[in-house]
Design a protein around this ligand. Structure first.
Ligand code: TRP
Length: 477
């Protein structure tokens, strides 16, 4: 061991960093959209059950596996598997490597969407100062920026450099410090938006739509979609939380942190949804306009509404895109950390070399994602990357971007997550997991026996159900 392992400086530091990883485009972009598509209420309830029954147990499992070994995904899973089965090293390493690859791919296209928030931030600042152009079509504006390859490369390069700069400084001086500053800002902005949105005429209807379950509206695929999204939104299934867990010192509790991370992530997803639905329900005709795309809600419908409908919209507009950018950044740093920590722990690179080389390699793939944007938007003439489709594993999606997203969400996270439940529930001994979770500081809601039951039976069966559903063709992305 050449360097001493860096650790979170406090429990709050860990909670903020891991919550920052969990809160991201999944909360602001994906969750409101899938809630919309699945007609609200009943879907939200199913999602909450999935978070509690599967998400929370796996969050505990990942953090404990990391804390116990003090190693990132590959090394930690190797140790977890071999604790009962000495021959399992290869399998543990393989699953850890699968997670690192998932992080690599996910980061390569996540950055592109994150880049859009930078663009909309500059635009909204311009509109706040100079007025919203009356004759502009929001849809055309979105397409023209997204199809401008040079601009897209510049935006995602900017975002990548920001991500690299944070991870470069390490766990306590980089990641934790940024989370400590940005997460409170993010909460504050969202609170302002909530106050403003609740004052709008559509707020009551929005709350009704989100919180009043109507089981007649629930479709079969929705249950699996909710389960799949609970992995994505909590950053589970790829070793990100194992990696963050490996920076927890002996002094800090895994259980308390897990409860806080899961609760905050869920709260923020719900608040974001209340905000967006309140705005949309307040405007006549907007429901139909939002129609079929996630991109539509966040980057086409909302920008114009800030300047016509939302109270204090001229201030909240730019702040909203700051919020999206901050949420995305605290997730991208965690994704880059998964890959960098692998290079540091397993390949013995220094942090500086690891961060820069991983960041550069991932950016090469970001370029591919940028070149495939026409395919994502369904525009003709984008070339091979926009028209490619991957048999079976691509789920019938067109273009590099959509295929990568489909593959990560539907195949990589559930399979990785399934294996993690086995590692914690079946391969690690009862004493080992108990020792990590029951260290005298755990909160009252926690019962070891219940966790063990969920991680051994409930979670793996539920995840196996997702995988089987995916094999038979349901899409979660
Ligand atoms: N949780 C993130 C979001 O909701 C996305 C994500 C999935 C992620 N897996 C991750 C982020 C791993 C960091 C690390 O947007």
């Amino acid at each position: 061991m050449s360097q001493q392992r860096d650790h979170w400086s406090s429990n709050a530091g860990l909670v903020l960093a891991a919550t920052g990883s969990a809160i991201g485009l999944g909360n602001l972009w994906k969750f409101p959209f899938i809630t919309w598509e699945n007609n609200g209420g009943a879907f939200v309830l199913v999602y909450l059950i999935c978070i509690a029954a599967v998400g929370l147990p796996i969050m505990l499992a990942e953090l404990l596996i990391g804390r116990r070994s003090q190693k990132s995904a590959v090394g930690a899973l190797k140790e977890a598997v071999t604790s009962k089965w000495p021959g399992g090293r290869k399998l543990g390493a393989l699953v850890g490597g699968w997670g690192v690859l998932a992080g690599f791919i996910l980061l390569s296209y996540y950055t592109v969407i994150a880049g859009w928030s930078l663009y909309y931030f500059t635009q909204t600042v311009g509109w706040t100062l100079g007025g919203y152009p009356a004759d502009m079509s929001a849809g055309d504006l979105f397409n023209s920026q997204a199809l401008n390859t040079g601009l897209q490369l510049l935006l995602s390069l900017g975002f990548s450099l920001g991500t690299i700069a944070v991870v470069y400084f390490g766990v306590s001086k980089g990641i934790e410090r940024i989370a400590r500053i940005f997460l409170p800002i993010l909460f504050g902005i969202l609170l302002l938006m909530l106050v403003s949105a609740l004052g709008m005429s559509g707020a009551g209807e929005a709350l009704n739509h989100i919180f009043r379950p109507n089981f007649a509206e629930l479709e079969r695929g929705a249950i699996l979609e909710a389960l799949g999204h609970s992995f994505f939104t909590l950053s589970l299934g790829m070793g990100a939380m194992i990696t963050y867990g490996s920076y927890i010192s002996r002094k800090h509790s895994v259980v308390k942190a897990s409860g806080a991370i899961v609760a905050l992530d869920t709260l923020i997803a719900l608040v974001a949804t209340v905000v967006m639905f309140s705005v949309i329900f307040s405007v006549a005709g907007m429901r139909d306009e939002v129609g079929g795309s996630t991109v539509g809600m966040l980057f086409i419908s909302l920008p114009q509404l800030f300047y016509s409908e939302v109270p204090f919209g001229v201030v909240l507009g730019p702040l909203f895109y700051v919020l999206v950018a901050l949420a995305a950044l605290t997730s991208t740093i965690s994704l880059l950390e998964v890959v960098s920590a692998y290079l540091i722990d397993e390949r013995r690179l220094t942090r500086h070399k690891a961060t820069i080389s991983a960041g550069a390699a991932i950016f090469a793939f970001t370029t591919l994602a940028v070149l495939s944007i026409p395919g994502l938007l369904g525009v003709e003439g984008g070339g091979l990357l926009s028209t490619m489709s991957v048999p079976f594993f691509g789920g019938g999606k067109v273009g590099w971007f959509a295929n990568a997203d489909h593959f990560v969400s539907n195949w990589m996270l559930p399979t990785g997550g399934f294996f993690i439940t086995l590692a914690a529930g079946w391969f690690m001994t009862r004493e080992a997991t108990r020792g990590e979770l029951e260290d005298g500081t755990q909160p009252r809601w926690f019962h070891y026996g219940a966790w063990r039951f969920f991680i051994r039976f409930v979670a793996p069966i539920a995840v196996a159900a997702i995988i089987i559903a995916v094999v038979f063709g349901v899409d979660f992305s």
